[in-house]
Structures are given as C-alpha cells and as structure tokens.
Design a protein around this ligand. Sequence first.
Ligand code: FAD
Length: 439
Amino acid sequence: MRKILVCGAGHGGLAASIILAENGFEVTVLEKAENEIMIGHEWEDRFDFSNLTGILGIKEEDLPDDIWRYRGNSVFLSPSKKTGVEISFSGDNRQKIMWRKPLISLLIKKAKESGVKILYEITVNGPVIKNGRVTGVETTDGTFSGDLIIDSCGVFSVLRMNLPREYGIECKPKYGDLFYARRAYYDKCEDVIPDYPFEVYLYHEKEQGLSWLCTNKNSVDILIGRVYELTDEKINEQLEIFRNEHPWTGKTILNGGQRAVIPVRRSLPLMIADGYAAVGDSAFMTMPMNGMGIDLSLNAGKLLADTLINHRNEEFNNEVLWEYNRNFHIRYGCEAAKNDGLKCAILSLPPEGVDFLFDNKIIQSSDLAGGGRNISFSTLMGKFVRGMKKPGYFFTLLKGLIHGAAVSKLYKNPPVKYNLEEISRWDEKIRRKDIKIDN
Ligand SMILES: Cc1cc2nc3c(=O)[nH]c(=O)nc-3n(C[C@H](O)[C@H](O)[C@H](O)COP(=O)(O)OP(=O)(O)OC[C@H]3O[C@@H](n4cnc5c(N)ncnc54)[C@H](O)[C@@H]3O)c2cc1C
C-alpha cells in the first residue's frame, strides 16, 4: 500500500488525507498540537461550506446548527473613516461563518472514520533528503518516511523553509506578503446592533493593514491586522480607539485573543519536488485582499489527492506531481494572482490615495463585495474622468490591475510538462511583474 505522510493537520492536509484513505492509501498525519482540541483558533471563518460538505460527504443542512451562523451586513471604511462603502446581503447571499475548532473536528472525525492515523505531539523539524528526493521527515519522535510527504504545516512551514535551494521553491516571504493579526471576541456592555455590524477599516489608523470590528448579538469581534509584526502597545492602543468609538465593547475576552499570521500573496509558482507537495498556507494559498485560505486549502487537498489516485502505481516524482501544481494554478492560483495585483497597488498607495479612491467612488461596493475580484480594467476605465482628479493615485490602481491580469495570465499558462529550467523562466517572468511594497 502507498504510504502518505501528512505534516500538520491543516485543512488541505486533512482534505487530502480523507480522500486518499478512502481510496486505499495508508495515510498518517503528524501534528504538533497535544490533541484535537488544541488545533485551530477560537474564532469564526467565512468560506464556501459546500467545499467542506463535499469532503465530508454530507449535505449542508446536516451541519450542526450551533457551529455556524450568518454574518450581518458589511461596511468598508476609508482610512480617514469619512467614507463608508456599504454592502448589504440578503437571502442566500448572506455570508456564512463557522467556528474554526468544530470545522477542524469535523475533518478529523471524517479522517479517522476513513482510516487515517493521526499522531499528536509530534513536531516536524525538517525534511529527510536522499539522492535528491524527499523521503521522509525528522521529528521530535524520530524519523518517519513515506512515498509522498504532504506539507500542510502552514505559513512558516519548516519543511518548505528547509528544502534544498536547487529545488527552485521560493522559501521565504517578502515584506507585504504576510498579514499579522490579533483577534478576540469581547463581552458587550450595551444591547446595540448597528445596521452594518461588520465594520472593516482599510489602512486602519493610516497604517498599512486592515482591522475590523463586528458587533454580534452577545460579543464584539475585533481583529487588528498589519503587514508588519504587532507589538502589545500597538494592539492596546488600537483597542482603546475602537472602544472609544464603540462604547458597547467590553474588556473581558470571551473567545480568541491569539495572534496569527496569514500569507496574503500569490501562491507559490512551484510547490512540489520529488516526494514532496505543499498545500494551503505552506504554499501561500489565500486570496490576498481578504486572506481567505480555507477554500483554496480544501480544494488543493482534493486536487492533490486526485493526482495521486490517477498515478497510484507510479513514483510520486516531479513529473507526476506537476499535474497537481499546474491544475491548481489554472483553476485557482490565477485568480489569487490577479487579486494580488490589486492588494499590492492598494498597499503601495499612501492612505490619502485610498481615501481619494473611496471618496470619488472609484472603489465601490460591487468591487469590495467579491474581495476585489470584480474590479477589472474595463470597470476602472468607466471611472476614468473621476480618477483624473488625482491621476497618480488612479494610475497606481490601474497599474496594479494590469500587473495582476498579466501575472494571472502566466498562472493560467504554466509549462505543460515538468522541466525545472522552463519552470524557472516562467517563475522569473512572474517575479518581474511583482509590485514592490515599501514600508
Ligand atoms: C485572524 C485570521 C482570520 C482568518 N479568517 C479566515 C476566513 O474567514 N476565511 C478563510 O478562508 N481563511 C481565513 N483565515 C486564513 C486561514 O486560517 C488559513 O488560510 C487556513 O487555515 C489554511 O491554512 P492551512 O490549512 O494550510 O494550515 P493551518 O491552518 O496553518 O494549519 C497548520 C497545522 O500544522 C501544524 N503544524 C505547524 N507546524 C508544524 C510542525 N512543525 N510539525 C507538526 N505540525 C505542525 C499546526 O499546529 C496546524 O495544526 C484567517 C486567518 C487568520 C489568522
């Protein structure tokens, strides 16, 4: 039986584990947390529930009622907080959010039922390489080996960061690629529910990043996020500002209170090597504008499992795994790359530039409702006359869209077969289009 080692019980790794075990593979997950309860954060995430229920083999109506809810309407505030772009949701368009820990528990339960072996309290320290191939991993509990090592260790994966340079896999993120967040749910001192309870602040307090405050029935969910590391002083200062503006926010933490980092960039062009494949945050699979990574991670897990099932009797080498890498970019990586162009353009504008875009209706609710997916060259050209009041800001945004579209095209057309020289040239073309973000 083919042996698969999954490092880290991330969403994508668990999705792949379930499908592979159901298809006769021997799958072991190595997870550093002490037990299932310690995995994941104490907060709610937005994602497409059908991606989860598809893997679990259940209907959406079978999900327990107490683990999810609809989130209220959103408003995006400009850096000056003077202009708010409101987005109302109704009926099936309402955003659904689910608590993270039950989500992981559902995946783990299904994995166990499918025959996956999950080992806790094992920290992976790095890859074992033999004759240029990843054959296993070094851990706090000795060496484990497998026919394929799936890297689902998250954004700071020790596997990815310790791969030999000659594999050509980009190991370290650059400035602007990461989003440092701290999120907590506080108690509520007054019975208030605003019409637009989910308030998103771009360039919060004029700093590179985004924060939000969501007034729930019994709590206030506050996320403070920047593209640089947050100090305790910064978090406390921002919380005070939020409390002054939203006096119903209490001081007792009901849930969360942790810090975490999200990759907010285009996914890794090359994410495989002989005996190795990365999924989820370890391959930077998120939508850069909003940091949503669960759907991409689950879908990557499915695509990877499909590739392994298609080639179940072959060696899991570069040539075979490239099918997964390529399919991911054609289906999902291209859209994330387009979104990255927009994110980089916004981060390379000064806060006054973002104010200008909001105040002059160059960024509107239709643009923000889809996490920036609906902004295109043609929608922007329709706002050309308004944009010409401050051409520098308008053209920075336009440049981001043009770069995003060009990079997206490259992601849609990766080399057909695995050839490291050709892949390096393709990767180089992608990098040349990157917009540098200054701090
Ligand atoms: C504040 C915040 C809000 C977010 N909101 C959303 C949202 O609303 N919607 C959405 O789609 N996404 C959201 N995300 C992003 C989302 O969390 C990630 O994209 C998603 O978790 C995908 O990560 P993953 O499955 O690859 O791995 P992770 O969730 O990072 O899991 C990695 C696993 O590997 C384990 N691990 C790590 N290192 C080792 C090691 N060395 N040895 C063994 N085990 C190891 C970890 O313990 C963990 O269990 C949010 C992220 C943050 C921080």
